[in-house]
Ligand binder design. Structure first.
Ligand SMILES: Cc1cc2nc3c(=O)[nH]c(=O)nc-3n(C[C@H](O)[C@H](O)[C@H](O)COP(=O)(O)OP(=O)(O)OC[C@H]3O[C@@H](n4cnc5c(N)ncnc54)[C@H](O)[C@@H]3O)c2cc1C
Length: 414
């Protein structure tokens, strides 16, 4: 076993080991660095890999909607996240980004992005700042549990490494996109320690559909733009992407908790796709009434209803003969059923639901069963739609956990 004391500068300061070099871990490190000896450890070879992936399509840091509405996005976890999000709010996150040389702008649907749009410049400026603050970074160490002196790790040669720590922060992320390092294997370690961890389930994920081979060959990869998806009493406007084995995209992600629950319960799960959400059924039926003699159904739908070929193909996939009656056809265009057969694998999901039960942590984000170990970020049991809510809760819980560490180290220990 190797016992590592970490950076030896400022030996009078408490040592904090932060495990996980994602946005949660880096935030904790930044907050504590001025008056603690902080080492960030990750089993990958570099920091912020998922953050970089998140930045590929535009790093949606947060959202500008009113805070009460914003907090509702966390559903059942709202009450537990609210103090943290209020204490480090969307405005605070935007100010922090600006402080790193990345002022933000408000993009479509009031979502907030750094000016460079991606994560690369932000992460690079952030790591420079952490370096200046004296934060140590150690890669290639996989967290495996606790030893007497601090957290223990498996090193590259399968050796056990223990980092001496006065407090430990776990910021190990969820369980999607395992190649970025967030593989969710920590769930076993925590459960072995008696800590309740809800199964990591896909969130903001796609769903499988048994498309015909004909449909897949022609339309896999096609977007359905400006549609409305309805499941139960929820309707979401947006875009869906058709893949060779299913359907995903922003509108599907927003419905994913409901769809997942329905499939988990073994209920038939049918998504209603509204292909012309802005045209009332009557108006659509009136347009469709003028069908030309011998006009094929495809040409009719494209011309009179303004549908792209992918939408016409989707109507055919609904498994019925296309109606000739304009009113029936208008109704089908406004509510085309797509039967979901399952949830796509967790590794492909944007985020995961499940994680450490909130009952296991106190208001300082410290594990009740492991005094001195704090947790932050996506590894806690909350989920939220895309739109910046994931990163906001990640940053906010990390700021709260850092404050918790400071408070705990300053006070009497139990
Ligand atoms: C494709 C994609 C796009 C996204 N886009 C957005 C977006 O635009 N806006 C948004 O709000 N969110 C987005 N997200 C989600 C967001 O990236 C995550 O919610 C966020 O990164 C979670 O941060 P975290 O620090 O909690 O965990 P992570 O970023 O997952 O970091 C966890 C770290 O812990 C390390 N680790 C894990 N296990 C161990 C171990 N045993 N030992 C040592 N180290 C370990 C990992 O290597 C990793 O570096 C996106 C996600 C994906 C996949």
């Amino acid at each position: 076993m190797i016992l590592d004391d970490g950076p030896d500068q400022a030996p009078d300061r408490p040592r904090v080991v932060v495990v996980g070099a994602g946005p949660a871990g880096l935030t904790v490190a930044e907050r504590l660095a001025p008056d603690h000896r902080v080492t960030v450890v990750d089993h990958m070879a570099s920091a912020g890999r998922k953050l970089l992936v998140a930045g590929r399509g535009g790093l949606n840091l947060t959202h500008t909607e009113p805070l009460a509405q914003f907090l509702d996005r966390y559903g059942p976890a709202r009450a537990r996240l609210e103090p943290a999000v209020r204490a480090f709010s969307p405005d605070d996150l935007r100010a922090w980004s600006a402080g790193l040389g990345q002022p933000t702008f408000v993009g479509s649907s009031d979502r907030v992005f750094p000016e460079s749009f991606r994560a690369t410049a932000l992460l690079s400026a952030w790591l420079d700042r952490l370096d200046r603050l004296g934060v140590g970074l150690q890669f290639g160490l996989r967290w495996t549990g606790w030893a007497d002196d601090g957290p223990s790790f498996l090193g590259p040669d399968h050796e056990e490494v223990v980092l001496r720590a006065d407090a430990t922060v776990l910021a190990l992320g969820g369980g999607s996109w395992a190649r970025t390092g967030s593989d969710g294997t920590w769930t076993t370690t925590l459960r072995d320690a008696g800590i309740t961890v809800a199964d990591l389930r896909p969130s903001n994920c796609g769903f499988t559909v048994a498309w015909s081979a004909y449909f897949t060959a022609r339309h896999a990869g096609d977007p359905l733009k400006n549609v409305a998806l309805t499941f139960g009493d929820r309707t979401v406007r947006g875009e869906a992407m058709l893949g060779d084995d299913g359907i995903e995209g922003t509108a599907v992600y927003a419905l994913s908790p409901l769809l997942r629950a329905s499939l988990d319960d073994g209920r038939p799960t049918v998504l209603q796709v509204d292909l012309r959400p802005d045209v009332p059924v009557d108006a659509l039926a009136a347009r469709l009434a003028a069908r030309r003699p011998k006009e094929s159904a495809s040409r009719w739908l494209r011309r009179a209803a303004g549908l792209p070929p992918v939408a016409v193909a989707l109507l055919r996939e609904a498994g019925q003969v296309l109606p000739d009656d304009p009113v029936e056809m208008a109704r089908l265009v406004r509510s085309c059923p797509v039967t979901l057969t399952g949830v796509q694998p967790v590794d492909r999901a944007i985020s995961t639901a499940g994680g450490i039960a909130f009952d296991e942590v106190d208001e300082r984000f410290m594990l009740r069963r492991r005094p001195g170990t704090f947790v932050a970020g996506e590894m806690l049991d909350w989920e939220a739609p895309t739109g910046g809510y994931l990163l906001q809760a990640t940053f906010s819980t990390a700021v709260a956990a850092a404050a918790g560490v400071r408070d705990w180290l300053a006070g009497p220990r139990d």
